[in-house]
Design a protein around this ligand. Structure first.
Ligand code: SAM
Length: 234
């Protein structure tokens, strides 16, 4: 499915990254299973192997280049869809502990099968972030909460920050266009410091990683229910 190992390694090296043959094998199985499953269940608009490698796999693992993720860190991926960014991240950094959360069960069913196929450990949860982060076992329990292409910064902050321990980091992956500064108030209210923006190119596309450190507990009234979050963004 993917181009051969050397060609993929050479593309990765343009982004300052390297991979082992074992990682390549998992990416290859992932790409093939994603395209096959996507014929019956909507998971991605990207089905060309080279594009999957660049726009899903490289994009996801670039987090490691721009954010310092310590060994054995715990990461929750909010609105993970077909596993992005956390599954490629886990292939690339097997030491991290990933939790994959999505509100659509058909995507969780796919992820469970995928994790078995590529032999990686992941905790998968079917549910809405605003409900799951109220549960004691998930609230303020993670070193990182991340999301790609889920919601605008203000909404996303309310979905992601309650999962973080104090001292943890929120990571949001975005394209150009959105005025992310509109999310700073939400971040402050939820217990985070000033956001930091990292800009980079992925092929011909400009991309951004926005991070914010959690410096105090999230007030218990957050997150609100999804209707309120959308109607009255923080
Ligand atoms: N992160 C993946 C990616 O970059 O390819 C998927 C992005 S997809 C556009 C957004 C995903 O977020 C969908 O799978 C959707 O079911 C999920 N989602 C949206 N709102 C959610 C919520 N409140 N809680 C959990 N998952 C949510």
């Amino acid at each position: 499915m993917l181009r051969d190992f050397e060609l993929c390694c050479s593309e990765l090296s343009e982004y300052g990254l390297t991979m082992t043959p074992e990682m390549y094998e998992k990416f290859d199985i992932y790409a093939e299973f994603l395209v096959e499953y996507n014929k019956n269940v909507n998971l991605t608009a990207i089905t060309d192997a080279d594009e999957i490698f660049l726009k899903h796999f490289i994009d996801s693992i670039l987090i490691c280049r721009y954010v310092d993720i310590p060994e054995n860190a715990s990461v929750i991926d909010v609105g993970t869809g077909a596993g992005f960014p956390s599954v490629p991240l886990k292939i690339f950094r097997p030491d991290i502990k990933i939790t994959l959360l999505d509100s659509l069960n058909k995507r969780i069913v796919f992820l469970n099968q995928l994790c078995e196929k590529i032999d990686i450990q992941a905790n998968t949860i079917h549910g809405r972030a605003e409900d799951i982060s109220k549960m004691a076992e998930y609230r303020e329990k993670f070193d990182f909460s991340c999301a790609r292409a889920v919601a605008n910064m203000s909404l996303l902050s309310e979905l992601c920050v309650p999962f973080l321990k104090v001292g943890g980091t929120f990571i949001s992956m975005k394209g150009p266009g959105e005025d992310i500064s509109l999310g700073q108030n939400a971040l402050n209210v939820l217990g985070c410091d000033k956001m930091n923006e990292i800009n980079y190119m992925l092929g011909m596309d400009s991309r951004r990683i926005i991070t914010a450190k959690k410096i105090s507990h999230t007030p218990t009234k957050y997150p609100r229910n999804s209707g309120q979050i959308k109607k009255k963004p923080l």
